[in-house]
Write a protein that binds this ligand. Structure first.
Ligand code: DQA
Length: 142
């Protein structure tokens, strides 16, 4: 099983950015532990991050064209703004789970709405970086 894990803007600064909200783990830590869990479960994890909306759109297309089995996506701030990412996910057959480290529903009202959630299998939020692993396990054990 081949899984693409996509991360949106500012997540490259995980560990340094607002640690009281997002914790002290870095994105590299998240990447390494997700790859390790993937290995245990027999899944190959292709982990990526971009601060650019169009690059994330291109990667979603690539997941379809290169026949990935699933997408785990933390769209970060694009969750709340991006019709382009929603359309990209709506236009492919690869299933996606949306992940947020923080509980977006407990925060500012502008974070309560996700453009992507309606085109995803589900959303995991508020469980910290553990959410990535839960999404992975859910796809592998489906
Ligand atoms: C986030 C939540 C978003 O609202 C925010 O813009 C992020 C990170 C999270 O993982 O909790 O950058 O997606």
């Amino acid at each position: 099983m081949k899984i693409m894990c996509l991360n949106g803007p500012n997540l490259n600064r995980l560990g340094k950015r607002e640690p009281e909200i997002y914790g002290s783990e870095t994105l590299e830590d998240v990447k390494q532990s997700l790859i390790a869990v993937g290995k245990e479960l027999g899944a190959e994890v292709d982990f990526r991050q971009s601060n650019h909306e169009g690059e994330l759109v291109d990667w979603i297309h690539e997941a379809e064209d290169e026949r990935y089995d699933a997408i785990i996506i933390n769209p970060a701030a694009y969750t709340h703004t991006s019709v382009a990412l929603r359309d990209a996910l709506a236009g492919i057959t690869v299933p996606a789970i949306e992940v947020h480290i923080s509980n977006i529903h407990k925060r500012e009202t502008f974070r309560h709405h996700s453009y992507l959630a309606p085109v995803c299998v589900g959303q995991i939020c508020g469980l910290g970086t553990k959410g990535y692993e839960l999404a992975l396990r859910s796809f592998v054990q489906a």
